[in-house]
Design a protein. Structure first.
Ligand SMILES: *Cc1c(COP(=O)(O)O)cnc(C)c1O
Length: 476
């Protein structure tokens, strides 16, 4: 399997090459030259598979440059019940992403029972094992530099801790994370994990990462890498649980299901789109945003209008607070018939701070073929949905999952099971749960005392030079 760029001006590369990189050299995103198709017989065979076997069946179509036995071992090591054991007391960890029935035709797929209680573990844990494997084979090292407002950084750190050949330098805003999120990251004592708290906001941290990455000489000399949401390995890993959810909700291959996906950077739902393109019988992909409704606006009107950073709403589903959706270009590439010249034109406007409008083009008429519908929700909607589901079933859900459920209610159709993806556990967002329900959410046993563990973090001014100096000092 080779990978092309959505902008059509990069050489085609293999899986292991794009795994460690970010953007393609022409500024585009990587995608398979053609989506592998899964036929009826293969879907039937998948019904008997464990999650790890399913992961291998799917990833072996994407990672063709990794020997089958090695890939099978990586999948077995990654998707094991011991890693996904932080769910509710009645949750079946052996399923890795168990499906929970909420009411007739409506399900929750638990994706957040891993080490950091958010769905990002599903992909990041795989990435940790793949990185270690590929780096060892090549005799290379990597220094991952990232900025986080919470979920991504902790998922990356828990996936990369103790991995040979990998160091993580994670910048976070000193003030703006929840107490729980800070404790989760800063309590890690592994020698290859470095937390840097900057005296500024998330955007300041992000700007430093961009400045370092733009210094090509520094980037090459110090082997700086990234694990942000455009990483193809993350998208590929997320394809697996769409198959798993469909398998769990159906008994025959002619049955379709819909998925409702709390969305920010379009990484999660992009994997759903790819699963559908591979032939998985998905009826609708229901995209849910919070007040930051860039994507909802596009799917309703055809207008893609990234916001200014200063106009991003700070919401109670903070992991969906985005000004633009970094994976969206992958979907648009397919929507415009995989014509890189069209993508280049559209993103010339976006990259210059503008927008594009597809309504007057023939591409917009093809949207229905792709199954997308969308909606958005507000803080009040989120609280209502959390209360409603708690009263009906005693189940506590997190604010992001509540956004997904709210929009699922608007778009569900009778006769077609709808699966809401649970993107975080409520324990991560205690303040909002207390506001909605007047009580604190349950916590996994292993995390009862997390705030009282000793913390290890370097506090720094907002300074690219200071961060560079820190990286240099800690990589020799
Ligand atoms: C990252 C995240 C999202 C958004 O996912 P995207 O792949 O960026 O669309 C939603 N909910 C939670 C809890 C997250 O951590």
């Amino acid at each position: 399997m080779k990978y092309l760029s959505t902008r059509g001006q990069s050489p085609q590369l293999g899986f292991s090459d794009i795994l460690l990189g970010g953007l393609m050299v022409d500024g585009g995103l990587s995608l398979p030259v053609a989506y592998p198709r899964i036929g009826d017989a293969e879907l039937t065979a998948m019904r008997a598979m464990s999650y790890a076997e399913l992961a291998f069946a799917i990833l072996s179509k994407f990672a063709t440059d990794i020997p089958a036995d090695d890939l099978r071992a990586i999948c077995a090591k990654t998707y094991t019940a011991g890693v996904y054991c932080n769910g509710r007391a009645d949750s079946d960890a052996s399923q890795i992403t168990p499906l929970r029935r909420l009411e007739e035709g409506l399900y929750l797929q638990e994706l957040s029972n891993g080490p950091t209680l958010a769905f990002k573990d599903m992909a990041m844990q795989l990435l940790g094992n793949l990185f270690e494997y590929v780096l060892a084979r090549r005799g290379e090292e990597i220094n991952i530099l990232g900025a986080t407002s919470g979920d991504t950084g902790s998922a990356a750190e828990y996936a990369m801790r103790g991995k040979r050949g990998v160091r993580v330098f994670m910048l976070s805003p000193r003030e703006n994370m929840s107490v729980f999120q800070r404790a989760q990251m800063y309590s890690l004592q592994d020698a290859n994990i470095f937390n840097i708290a900057v005296r500024g906001m998330f955007d300041d941290a992000q700007d430093i990462v961009k400045a370092v990455s733009n210094d090509l000489e520094f980037k090459t000399r110090h082997r700086i890498g990234a694990v942000n949401s455009i990483n193809w390995g993350r998208v590929a890993a997320q394809v697996i649980y769409y198959f798993k959810g469909w398998l769990a909700a159906t008994t025959t291959n002619d049955q379709k299901v819909s998925f409702a996906v709390p969305s920010g950077n379009f990484g999660n739902i992009c994997a759903g789109h790819i699963a559908r393109m591979m032939g998985l019988p998905i009826h609708k992909l229901i995209l849910a945003t919070n007040e930051n409704d860039v994507l909802d606006e596009f799917f309703r009107t055809g207008l893609y209008r990234p916001r200014k950073t200063a106009d991003v709403h700070v919401t109670s589903s903070p992991s969906m607070d985005i000004s633009k959706a970094s994976n969206f270009e992958r979907f648009v590439f397919d929507l415009v018939g995989r014509d890189p010249a069209v993508v280049r034109d559209l993103w010339r406007a976006v990259d210059a701070g503008g927008h594009f409008d597809l309504t007057a083009t023939p591409h917009w008429g093809r949207l229905a073929e792709f199954g997308f519908v969308s909606g958005s929700s507000s803080h009040a909607n989120r609280l209502d949905t959390i209360r409603q589901i708690y009263r009906a079933s005693g189940l506590m859900i997190d604010p992001h999952t509540a956004d997904g459920l709210k929009v699922a209610y608007e778009h569900r159709e009778t006769g077609i099971p709808t699966i809401v993806l649970e993107t975080a556990l409520p324990a991560k967002f205690e303040e909002t749960l207390v506001e909605a329900l007047g009580e604190k959410p349950w916590r996994p046993a292993a995390m009862q005392e997390i705030e009282s563990l000793p913390q290890r973090v370097e506090v720094m001014e907002v300074s690219t030079e200071a961060v560079k100096a820190f990286v240099v000092a800690h990589t020799h």
